[in-house]
Write a protein that binds this ligand. Sequence first.
Ligand code: HEM
Length: 179
Amino acid sequence: MPKHQCICYKKAQKTHALIFLVYSQQNFIDMNAYSIFKYLHSGFRYVVLILILVAIIQALVGYTGKKPYTEGNRKINLFAMISAHTQLLIGFILYFLSPYVKDFSKATMQDTEARYWTVEHWSMMLFAIALITFGHIRSKKATLPEAKHRAILLFYVLAVVVIVAAIVQSHRPFFGISA
Ligand code: HEM
């Protein structure tokens, strides 16, 4: 092979290697962003569920026992709402990274799994988060401790029912993180 051809060939090889490196690194970055947010979102469900359950238990105890509405009660209810809003934010980012989310085509709507991740999951969860937010506002506005506890009890229970129904409907394990 003449010398100038040999140099050109080597240059082309180097360029290909560089393109391959950039491309594979891009894939690596994309894949990592997806798995990071997926693990974060999947694991954070426990924080959300535990805080909501604690809020429900203390509202039940407060309401049935006619107990005062303490600063501790208020904080737990607030943290439960904040955790739900955080989960909404993580879920929103994940929505644009997940390969399970498809376009809004007819084919997607006919496919149970694609429809669930594209439309149903976020709408159900958003509804649950709206219930939590509404319950928290109602409890804040109420003056009597009994009414404050009742608002949390009612709306947080409704929210947890919707969240559990949505997770069950996903056919993913309720406990544990899917690969
Ligand atoms: C209280 C709120 C929420 C809870 C408890 C929740 C819970 C979950 C759970 C348990 C999974 C399955 C994870 C796994 O398979 O390991 C999941 C997946 C997912 N969630 Fe949520 N979610 C919530 C809100 C949202 C919202 C508001 C959005 C979108 C705006 C969203 C988007 C997604 C997406 C796209 C996936 C699929 C991930 C994948 O497998 O590619 N989530 N969520």
